[in-house]
Ligand binder design. Structure first.
Ligand code: ADP
Ligand code: MG
Length: 214
């Protein structure tokens, strides 16, 4: 049995066409089913639904043979020992620094300056501001980052942006780009040795589908 770890939402939805290219159809809709293990049209392949930030953990420890994880999550956690053969080019967005409209970011974030930043990505944010020579007080949040500067919790946020609508709706402006983000295929190396042929077939089919879409 091959187990593929996916998170609900964008990553699940955008992985479906890649699975289809590999001849794999997921037989239940995660938005209506309460199941966490979804059968597929292939007896030897199943999909498990996990939190986006838990995908690398499942694959690293063999709870899943492969999975799809955002570069945001992989960069934040490090993910040593995971084989990352493919950028799938899905769930594209970017990570940015955003502040309330009118905040003097240039002064706060000058070399030697100091800034309070709320984020779900403290490791990435720490590294980003360290490179700029800015002292950063980091506040770890698990969601709704946009609220932090509006309530005085932090001066800035580091968060994912795609359309920019959420920032706009909360009167925040993007002031710096931290990194481009898309989702990667991650594979357990021991599983790849043990089940080389079926895993290679999936990886190759994904690679071809990604190549054709590009
Ligand atoms: P959570 O499990 O914390 O709710 P999300 O559903 O917000 O996570 O995001 C899951 C993954 O989807 C992220 O790790 C990222 O790679 C991707 N993602 C998040 N926000 C966006 C976005 N605005 N546009 C495209 N991809 C996104
Ligand atoms: Mg979510």
């Amino acid at each position: 049995m091959i187990t593929l770890a996916l998170s609900k939402g964008r990553i699940f939805d955008e992985t479906l066409p890649l699975l289809a290219a590999a001849g794999i159809e997921v037989l239940e809709d995660p938005e209506t089913s309460r199941k966490l293990i979804l059968p597929t049209s292939r007896d030897d392949v199943r999909v498990i639904l996990v939190r986006a930030s838990d995908v690398p953990t499942y694959v690293t420890y063999g709870g899943a043979d492969l999975g799809v994880a955002g570069l945001d999550v992989l960069a934040e956690q490090g993910a040593p020992g995971l084989y990352q053969p493919l950028d799938l080019g899905i769930a594209r967005c970017h990570m940015a620094v955003a502040v309330p409209a009118g905040f003097d970011y240039a002064s706060a974030a000058r070399a030697g300056g100091r800034i309070t930043v709320a984020t779900k990505y403290p490791a990435i944010a720490r590294e980003f501001f360290a490179r700029k020579g800015v002292h950063v007080d980091l506040i770890k949040l698990y969601g709704s980052m946009e609220l932090a500067p509006l309530t005085g919790l932090a001066q800035a946020i580091v968060d994912l942006v795609s359309s920019g609508q959420t920032l706009k709706a909360n009167r925040l402006v993007e002031v710096e780009r931290v990194m481009d983000v898309s989702s990667r295929l991650v594979v357990n190396q021991a599983a790849l040795k043990l089940h080389t042929a079926p895993l290679r077939r999936i990886i190759d089919a994904f690679a071809q589908a990604v190549h054709e879409q590009a």
